[in-house]
Design a protein around this ligand. Structure first.
Ligand code: NAP
Ligand code: MG
Length: 497
């Protein structure tokens, strides 16, 4: 553990154990297995946590199924909304504890964790609003029914049932909340499987869910291994839908498995998002903005803008500015208030990212800054910029999920050519365009094949803004009204009166 000060409440939670939550009870895994979570900034042990296996998933799904048929189903919508709002208040009341746990488990800087915890509370407030607004429509009954006499046709919105939520480690609490808030607002019951690397904050969230007054079994939380607990959840016949965020490879395997039972599935997967900087861009904004498009969350961010296309006229000044920005980023423990960039999640991830950097160094690309081996403790990688890349290089094609930027110049003003460069990727999650010209901005946005594009900023996500991918970046949109539709079925009803 770090010597930096932590809240006594955080200390108490770390010492208190991290069990599974099944049917409203905190329990150990049935096989008595546990694992250890480490602080990625120091490599030191944080806490042991209980690991669930397939039989714990069975128990959690059974609890969720029984809760789906129980009092939860009969709650009026305003009561459901009241519970969601109570949970938002519980998150706010425990904000420092949750933020510190995120920092210790994931490595992100504290200020960012505090902002994220605030956003998590806001997600439950936001979806409480949608819970109160669930409504169907009326429409004209079919002619052959009307020929028999008076008739009525309407639609009902119904929760899909028991939902399996599987989340990654890069923004653990946020990933859990952005699936819990809309699924609960829709009236589903859930089994959440957090990522093995970051199991801690979800257990505290489970306690807050109980304190907010949700009936037992509505939310079940099973920490466990992806290949064991994750696969069991995906294969379970009583799970009606899987909502997954993670790698494209695992997403594809989940889609294949769900095809067997026609289970509903939504997927938020990888990205390699383009950033296009036009010659008229305001460099005082573009330099920090584009740098953070890559380096935000140490680059462990699905919407990271990592393929930069910069017009030749501003290419060198942009590179120079971003190199200075990167060199000024202080790496350190997330609890240190000076820290701008934390560690990567694991040694494995650090080695993987350094492998990409070695690849870049062996290519014809120019290393502008970073790229050095980290010789201290913790899984750090310095912000790294490669220039003069070409689209065939591995550092340009593959998602690195680390602080590595690949920049290339363009000279044309043909927007179709520029968009062809930007769209030359199997992914289509995010992207940004930097220009002061409204016409260029709109015409470029309309040519980029991504679910989420920003102008003169990057990664503008919020509870009300739909987010998700084209192509191999996934299926469906989270956040906003569309985020709730993922958890609702539409039933059309016709009555011959
Ligand atoms: P991952 O290996 O796909 O894991 C994500 C989650 O799935 C974890 O909880 C994992 O459990 C579980 N899992 C692994 N194999 C599984 C299987 N066969 N069946 C069911 N569940 C399984 O991804 P990661 O390496 O943790 O995260 C990094 C990746 O996530 C990156 O590629 C990134 O782009 C993507 N990501 C996308 C978004 C988005 O919104 N589009 C957001 C964040 C991250 P374990 O922890 O036990 O392995
Ligand atoms: Mg950890």
């Amino acid at each position: 553990m770090t010597n930096l000060p932590i809240d006594p409440a955080t200390r108490a939670v770390l010492d208190g154990g991290f069990p599974l939550l099944i049917g409203g009870q905190f329990v150990s895994g049935s096989a008595g297995q546990s694992a250890t979570s480490f602080d990625p900034a120091t490599g030191e042990k944080l806490a042991d946590f209980d690991l669930g296996d397939a039989s714990d998933i069975d128990a959690a799904v059974a609890a969720a199924k029984s809760a789906f048929g129980g009092p939860w189903r009969k709650l009026q919508l305003n009561e459901r909304a009241r519970l969601l709002r109570a949970l938002a208040r519980g998150i706010e009341a425990n904000a420092q504890l949750l933020a510190e746990l995120e920092v210790l488990d994931n490595g992100m800087p504290l200020m960012l964790a505090q902002m994220i915890v605030g956003n998590c509370a806001q997600l439950f407030d936001y979806y409480a609003g949608w819970a109160e607004r669930i409504e169907g429509t009326t429409t004209e009954p079919p002619p052959h029914v009307q020929e028999q006499g008076e008739a009525l046709t309407y639609t009902l919105k119904e929760p899909v049932g028991v939902v399996g939520l599987i989340v990654p480690w890069n923004v653990p609490l946020s990933m859990a909340c952005l699936k819990l808030a809309p699924s609960l607002a829709a009236g589903c019951t859930v089994v959440l499987k957090p990522a093995e690397e970051t199991p801690l904050s979800a257990v505290v969230l489970g306690r807050l869910i109980g304190e907010a007054g949700f009936p037992d079994g509505v939310v079940n939380i099973v920490n466990g291994r992806g290949e064991e607990a994750g696969t069991a959840l995906v294969a379970h016949p009583d799970v009606a839908k899987i909502s997954f965020t993670g790698s494209t490879a695992v997403g594809k395997s989940i889609a294949r498995e769900c095809a067997g039972s026609m289970k509903k599935v939504s997927l938020e997967l990888g990205g390699k998002s383009p950033v296009v900087v036009f010659p008229d861009a305001d460099l005082s904004k573009a330099v920090p903005g584009v740098a953070m498009a890559t380096f935000f969350l140490q680059g462990q961010n699905c919407m990271a803008g990592t393929r930069i296309f910069a017009h030749r006229d501003i290419y060198e000044p942009l590179l120079e500015g971003m190199a200075a920005f990167a060199e000024n980023m202080k790496l350190g423990h997330g609890l240190d208030p000076e820290t701008m960039q934390g560690p990567l999640i694991s040694k494995r991830q650090q080695e993987r990212v350094m492998g990409f950097i070695a690849d870049g160094k062996n290519s014809d690309a120019r290393l502008v800054t970073g790229g050095t081996e980290w010789d201290g403790k913790g899984n750090f990688v310095s912000p790294t910029i490669f220039a003069d890349v070409d689209p065939s290089m591995r550092i340009v094609r593959e998602e690195i999920f680390g602080p590595v930027m690949a920049v290339q110049p363009f000279e044309t003003d043909d927007l179709d050519e520029i968009a062809a460069l930007a769209n030359d990727s199997p992914y289509g999650l995010s992207g940004s365009v930097w220009t002061r010209d409204l016409s260029i901005a709109h015409r470029t946005v309309s040519r980029i094949r991504s679910g989420h594009v920003s102008v003169n900023c990057h990664g503008a996500v919020a509870a009300n803004i739909p987010f998700g991918g084209y192509r191999e970046s996934g299926w469906g949109r989270e956040f906003g009204r569309e985020g709730m539709e993922l958890y609702l079925e539409t039933k059309a009803v016709t009555l011959a009166l």
